[in-house]
Design a protein around this ligand. Structure first.
Ligand SMILES: *Cc1c(COP(=O)(O)O)cnc(C)c1O
Length: 464
């Protein structure tokens, strides 16, 4: 105890630590030095009391103070390295953007733009014009509209077309996507009444037909994004539903969720229905996300029959849900890449990651392993292991992407401890633990991330 008391008394005063930081790393507002100093001295106190720190030197204090300064200077929202293998990771910001999208966002953000101005005529234009033509061309739909996100797209579509009336949906499709988006609740907020038909596993065309009455506004189909029904099941296709609905003069709305424009099966990956195919089935409105399989910024895209899209566009809710200019710039640039599928596959990170063949992932994993092995990290060992990745973001729930990861083992740290420390490096690394192993999945890391991963492990290794 006396030993701990002695060490505690050696911790310098907060203002002294702060002054030293300010001298060594000038140029920041004073409050950050004080914050870092307080954080550092508290951390040292905790370590001493827990018996993990048995000597205190000026160097140790400096090092801890510098780390604290780095932490307090880092913005709350910051880049992380995604070594989880989940390509569209909702908690890690979903889609990383193509270089072209970033450039477009930057150039529009920096100054003024023709967001709602027709340069050729010198008068007011509409922000939607910048992407509507592209969306029509790429999906084959008559008209298109973009809003803040897909939840907003579903909300405004239902509110416009079905407020105060009934929407017929199969019980097997009343989905919840990530906690806050539950189809029945969205319907309630949109002001329409849910008319559930069929059973959880089987819904027939006649179930829909029997539910149609004078209160019916539309028939709805929801893509089973994050789950699959297997076994004794029956679902009605969009085409059958469209035929039935049109017989009664009603529209069909399909919430596609992930919204893919490329046929993955051509590249050996399990197929996700494409937007073009859904449009061709005769469904009247299709909604999907910008930042899932499309690989664009967060947005909700609505495509379909002109008259219906026009009605949705004029809904006053659209003002509240409208897309901003940065998103629009990034979306337009991403959509342009889709005009050439090869370009899209190469330049849109979400597509390159999903479509990357396992042998290429393995090659990269071997390279990362080599870099780590050569970095001189005593007590750590690295192995390339086969794994299975997920697309994520509610896409391809059953499609596994065969992959490779670098398994990292430490003779001092448990996989959980290792993961916890990597989450505090600069930049933080988020990986995955499977079967008591800590894995760095390579599919979701950019090659430029590799040196940063090595540096992060060096940071961790220097502290054990
Ligand atoms: C993801 C998803 C949504 C919500 O989309 P956001 O872009 O997250 O708002 C809605 N419906 C389905 C089927 C989805 O997969």
């Amino acid at each position: 105890m006396a030993e701990k008391e002695r060490l505690l008394s050696q911790i310098p005063a907060v203002h002294l630590v702060a002054e030293e930081l300010a001298q060594r790393h000038p140029g920041h507002p004073a409050v950050f030095y004080t914050r870092a100093a307080r954080r550092a001295t508290e951390g040292l106190r905790r370590e001493i009391l827990a018996g993990r720190l048995r000597e205190l030197s000026a160097e140790i204090v400096h090092r801890v103070a510098e780390e604290s300064l780095e932490e307090v200077l880092r913005p709350s929202l910051c880049p992380v390295l995604n070594a989880t293998g989940v390509v569209v990771h909702t908690n890690l910001g979903r889609a990383p953007l193509a270089e072209e999208a970033l450039e477009a966002i930057l150039s529009v953000a920096r100054g003024y733009s023709n967001l709602e101005y027709r340069l050729s005529e010198g008068r007011r234009g509409s922000r939607y014009e910048h992407v509507e033509g592209l969306l029509r061309e790429l999906t084959g739909a008559e008209a298109a509209l973009v809003v803040n996100n897909n939840a907003a797209a579903v909300l405004i579509t239902l509110n416009t077309l079905a407020r105060g009336k009934e929407v017929v949906v199969s019980r097997g499709e009343l989905v919840e996507i990530g906690g806050s988006f539950r189809m029945p609740e969205v319907m309630a907020w949109a002001g329409c009444r849910l008319r559930e038909v069929g059973t959880t596993n089987r819904t027939h065309l006649r179930d829909y037909e029997e539910a149609i009455n004078e209160e019916t506004a539309l028939l709805m189909k929801v893509h089973k994004s994050n789950y699959a029904l297997v076994g004794f099941t029956k679902e009605v296709s969009g085409a059958e539903l469209a035929e039935l609905a049109h017989k009664y003069g009603l529209p069909v709305v399909e919430d596609l969720g992930s919204g893919c424009l490329v046929d993955f099966s051509r590249y050996g990956v399990r197929k996700e229905p494409t937007v073009q195919e859904i449009v061709r089935t005769g469904v009247d409105i299709v909604t999907f996300s910008g930042d899932k399989l499309l690989g664009a910024p967060q947005a909700g895209i609505i495509v379909g029959r002109r008259e219906l899209v026009e009605r949705i566009r004029s809904n006053p809710l659209n003002r509240a849900l409208r897309i901003d200019k940065l998103t629009l710039a990034g979306l337009e640039a991403t959509l342009r890449l889709y005009l050439d599928e090869g370009l899209a596959r190469e330049h849109i990170p979400v597509l390159s990651m999903i479509l990357m063949p396992a042998r290429e992932v393995r090659r990269r994993a071997l390279r990362l392993k080599r870099m780590l092995s050569r970095a001189g990290l005593p007590g750590f060992s690295f192995r390339v292991v086969p794994t299975v990745c997920r697309t994520g973001g509610g896409a391809l729930p059953l499609a596994d992407l065969p992959s490779f990861a670098v398994a990292v083992e430490s003779d001092r740290l448990s996989p959980e401890e290792l993961h916890a420390r990597l989450r505090t490096t600069e930049p933080p690394v988020v990986g995955r633990i499977e079967e008591e192993r800590f894995l760095l999945e390579v599919r979701t890391l950019f090659p430029e991330d590799f040196p940063l991963v090595v540096r992060a492990l060096k940071q961790v290794a220097s502290h054990v």
